[in-house]
Design a binder for this molecule. Structure first.
Ligand code: HEC
Length: 105
């Protein structure tokens, strides 16, 4: 039997690890699946109608779209965005990917 405090410590570690791991490559994979329909997800010119959502590269350069702002928005997107129900680490990967576009400048 695992003692109760020990179990709590293990559960805490399992929760804590994904929250800090941001993986931009994984974020891109999620974006290619869920976001391309409405957003330009990189600098390659338009495969989607450009007037739907803001291009991710523009979001990356917008000082108003801090990580905290993106995290808040993606946790509870409002229409016209679809009601995504992402896991917390999916959101972290997406933020890492979007932010990585801003570094290319
Ligand atoms: C069905 C179309 C659609 C899809 C799919 C979509 N978006 Fe959007 N998104 C929009 C539109 C339209 C806006 C502009 C909304 C507004 O200005 O109120 C937007 C705005 C945003 C914004 C800016 C929010 C802000 O604070 O101004 C972010 C960030 C964003 N989308 C991220 C994503 C991500 C990440 C995905 C994929 C996981 C995604 N979107 C998928 C349509 C979409």
């Amino acid at each position: 039997m695992i003692s109760r405090p020990c179990f709590v410590a293990i559960a805490f570690c399992l929760l804590a690890i994904p929250a800090t791991a941001q993986d931009a490559a994984e974020g891109r994979r999620i974006a290619e699946r869920w976001c391309v329909e409405c957003h330009l997800i990189d600098d390659s010119a338009g495969t989607v109608a450009p007037d739907t959502g803001p291009p991710f590269a523009a979001l990356a350069r917008d000082p108003g779209k801090s990580e905290g702002a993106l995290r808040g928005f993606l946790s509870d997107p409002h229409p016209p965005m679809p009601p995504f129900n992402f896991q917390r680490d999916d959101i972290e990967h997406l933020i890492a990917y979007i932010k990585s576009l801003g570094l290319a400048e």
